[in-house]
Design a protein around this ligand. Structure first.
Ligand code: B16
Ligand code: MG
Length: 218
């Protein structure tokens, strides 16, 4: 039986993916990489330094940047991103997610956060959601990021549940791979073509309710 939920943050609880995209777009322009929707999609769920490397690799100038240059670029991106998310409020929670989190809590499910973002605690505070979660996995303590299962394994451990008792919610292909690898039930929100390896597919957060999940589990 399902007893808990492990939530991705960006693209599941809040639409911060567009702010990541906006700030990485600036980085891409700066390093001479052509910014495309495909590149933007592939960065979802990927850690900050790994995302930067993918942007450099997508251009012709990857070898021009030293480790120190990369740290400056990543720091600058994060500064721009934090500027954009400093104005987040409860109104920026994605449609239906506040109601879903409240109903899951009322029904006795335990919830944790499995976000690759080091900014997750700050974002949850801005959204007024911190108190609903028993814990947030600290991505700084992981040896491998999504698609590796580690982050969702840790999210189940935070809940004190076995993997079969947990549903992981994700909007990225890397995140779905991580949930599947952890042996949990994967719930994807977004494009079914991109997220076809998920156990359960939803087009949008607005469709995610305890009843609709139960219906799809049958
Ligand atoms: P930060 P998620 C991920 O969050 C984002 O999808 C990804 O675009 C971002 O690069 C990553 O967090 C790291 O974020 O730079 O704030 O530490 O989708 O796993 O909640
Ligand atoms: Mg995400």
């Amino acid at each position: 039986d399902i007893k808990g939920f492990a939530f991705d943050l960006d693209g599941v609880i809040a639409d911060t993916a567009r702010f990541h995209g906006e700030s990485w777009h600036q980085t891409a322009d700066e390093v001479g990489t052509n910014w495309t929707p495909e590149l933007a999609e592939s960065l979802k769920g990927i850690s900050r330094m790994a995302s930067l490397q993918m942007i450099l690799d997508a251009g012709d100038h990857a070898d021009d940047f030293s480790q120190a240059d990369k740290e400056v670029l990543a720091e600058k991106k994060n500064h721009n991103y934090q500027q954009l998310i400093s104005m987040l409020t409860e109104a920026d929670i994605l449609p239906g997610m506040k109601a879903f989190i409240q109903s899951a809590k009322a029904a006795g499910y335990k919830m944790s956060v499995a976000s690759a973002s080091k900014n997750a605690p700050m974002i949850l505070d801005h959204l007024g959601l911190t108190s609903y979660f028993v814990g947030i996995v600290d991505p700084g303590t992981l040896t491998k990021g999504k698609p590796d299962p580690e982050i969702f394994v840790r999210a189940a451990r935070v809940l004190n549940l076995d993997s079969e008792q947990v549903i992981g919610l994700e909007d990225s292909a890397a995140g779905i791979a991580s949930i599947n690898g952890a042996g949990e039930t994967s719930l994807a929100i977004g494009n079914v073509t991109v997220l076809r390896s998920a156990d359960l597919n939803f087009n949008s957060t607005a469709e995610v309710t305890l009843t609709s999940i139960e219906a799809k589990m049958k």
